[in-house]
Write a protein that binds this ligand. Sequence first.
Ligand code: ZN
Length: 347
Amino acid sequence: MDELVYFYPEGHEAHQEAGHPERPARIETIRQWLQEAGWWDQYPHLEPLNLSMEFLSTIHTPEYLKRLEKFSGLALSLDGDTYTTRASWQLALNAAGGSAAVAGAVWRGQGQRGFALNRPPGHHATASAGMGFCLLNNIAIAAQYVLKHPLENAPNARKLAIVDLDLHHGNGTQDIFWERNDLLFISTHQSPLYPGSGSLEERGAGEGLGCTANFPLPPATGDTGYLTIMEGCILPLLDRFAPEMVLVDVGFDPHWRDPLGHLRLSAAGYGTLISRLTGWADQHCDGKIALFTEGGYDLEAGAACAQAAVAALLGQPWEDPIGPSPRPDGESWWMVYQKAREIWQLS
Ligand SMILES: [Zn+2]
């Protein structure tokens, strides 16, 4: 078994728009930093799976898939934030197929851990619409692949968890799994902020009631607030749901240097969060954990968080070259923590 398997989005530079923050240098800087740390070349890089439209239609509506292909063919924007180029449709299929390949490899035991470097990103894409720089919901497709797609030499998983650590609420992923009880969706995100959803009270519906958990964090939450919520809420929720594998959406925009957010997380703090999740996976699901990139718009902060995350996956020591925020953490996250403990009856 390989210790780690990657997906790298070959050709992703063809998805770009001048001046847009979701740009190729984000992934290229991460790749360079992983290479410099000695954590890149020796691990397998998986080819994207060729997923059928029939399978993709179990996550996105057929109408949206057709619309995305058509808009990409004409290089039109889906909304004010979300551009396409003529290469975007194929690159979105590659990111979704690469994410499914990584999740499948970890699920089958081909790799102990997985890391998909995705462009275009995915977690804002709902069943019927791309938005917020996102075209296809890569992590939702990866989870669905392990839950529902016929697999060679392996049964499907019965229950998975997605933990979304991006600065922004993963509204698309929440929307897709809202009424399902085979996936626990947990999101930490700054609030208020785009896209505006993700309150403590949003907990799923129907059979999925209690399978969505949101942690809307105030600005300046910082490392201590994040770690307290990880240990006091997120890990206990994983204990309760007992997923057979953990998929982590690693937006690196909670970092204190990110231009889009104010959560004041450090790269070392980010690594600690990933090592807690990895430790949980080691104890409860044979170490099956895979990461999928989302946002992160300060190039060096994103690359430092990615290094911290890979160090955590591999259980290797790592030093944060950027360090903690020069400004102190706030304390108002405590209210969210207390309220969440109450709502979820964790005390
Ligand atoms: Zn984000």
